[in-house]
Design a protein around this ligand. Structure first.
Ligand code: KG4
Ligand code: ZN
Length: 342
């Protein structure tokens, strides 16, 4: 069964072909340079770039897989959440393709895609997580702790009440005059920094609270910057970055381990762009080891926004439609606008 996946929810235009859990091709056109000078993703520019990129990205996916479009059995596309103008480009491309080939199409949830990405076969031969596992999805748009008891069986254990983890780092980066995305720069600059130099607040520390709040971080950093008087450089900048990052990582790690214990999970899965962060990886591997938990972080290309995870998730919903010989009439979107994962 060959599934074409398409993802265009934010600033990555991506297409992938997955056959029975194996990735045959995976193309991602990133728009980071386009948005860098604005310090964040500009939705209007993102949709226009998707319009330009989508056909070439699709062609690339077929070329890399050595697969002819006539061999595709079904299509999965990110339906949301995301920027509506960006989503529409991928969705319409997916509809056009599925209609032309008369094959089934399913719209899937972006966050669910992130969560199940470790179930794909990877070249690294990573061990797949057993159910139930605790999923931590951390990116510029989401910070969710989700108990995954099986494909389609989710329970939201906690989420951010304001900024997402990546968003808070990006905002701190902006205040420090760093290039976009700030999270990446803070990771780089915090090397050699003293993470205990400044104590930035950890919100909602109560043991039974699994929600996050990161909006206080930028206020605390702003206060610290005023105290310093001048924009920090060198070691002072490294210390500030390391301390700010530690506040985010500390909250994420503590709550993730507690949440995993609460649901009796044996594995913690981390997904989303912030999972690239070296300190988060280090801290989670230490804490998971201490707690007797296995840590599963997919390869980087499957952590950030990508179409392979969309195709991978789509397989589960497409299989019965394909086996029943359905065509485009089996077009299946999620029912409600603004729907949530759980
Ligand atoms: O998943 P992603 O590519 O896009 C979405 O937001 O959906 O995640 C991007 C986010 C940005 O906030 C970026 O600053 C953050 O992930 N990020 C990092 C690192 N790499 C990406 N944050 C900290 N350390 C990193 N190495
Ligand atoms: Zn994402």
């Amino acid at each position: 069964m060959k599934v074409l996946g398409i993802e265009s929810s934010c600033d990555e235009c991506s297409a992938a072909i997955v056959a029975d859990g194996r990735i045959l091709s995976h193309i991602i056109a990133s728009q980071i340079p386009l948005h860098a000078k604005y310090g964040g993703v500009v939705p209007e520019l993102a949709s226009r770039a998707h319009i330009v990129d989508i056909v070439e990205v699709l062609r690339g996916a077929f070329r890399e897989a050595g697969v002819d479009p006539s061999e595709i059995d079904g299509v999965a596309v990110t339906q949301g959440p995301g920027l509506i103008g960006s989503l529409l480009v991928g969705l319409e491309a997916a509809k056009a393709f599925a209609y032309a080939r008369n094959i089934p199409l399913v719209g899937v949830h972006h966050t669910e895609g992130h969560l199940l990405a470790p179930l794909l076969d990877t070249a690294q031969g990573m061990d797949k997580p057993d159910f139930p596992f605790m999923g931590l999805v951390v990116s510029g748009g989401h910070t969710n702790l989700i108990a995954v008891r099986g494909v389609g069986q989710y329970e939201m254990i906690g989420q951010t009440l304001d900024d997402a983890a990546g968003e808070s780092l990006d905002k701190v980066g902006k205040m420090l005059g760093l290039p976009y995305p700030g999270g990446v720069q803070i990771d780089r600059l915090s090397t050699g920094g003293d993470r205990d130099k400044y104590h930035f607040p950890r919100a909602l520390p109560q043991h039974d609270n699994f929600d996050f709040s990161f909006s206080g971080l930028k206020t605390s950093v702003a206060t610290q910057l005023r105290k310093l008087g001048a924009m920090p450089e060198g070691q002072a900048l490294a210390d500030l970055c390391a301390s700010a990052l530690e506040a985010v990582v500390d909250s994420l790690a503590r709550k993730t381990i507690r949440a995993a214990r609460k649901i009796g999970a044996k594995t913690v899965v981390v997904a989303g762009g912030v999972s690239a962060n070296r300190r988060l990886r280090e801290r989670l591997s230490e804490d998971c080891a201490k707690a007797g938990l296995r840590l599963s972080i997919p390869p980087m290309k499957l952590c950030t926004d990508n179409a392979a995870m969309i195709a991978g998730l789509g397989q589960y919903r497409l299989r019965p439609l394909i086996e029943a010989g359905k065509g485009f009439e089996a077009f299946e979107l999620q029912p409600r606008p603004g729907w949530s994962l759980v």
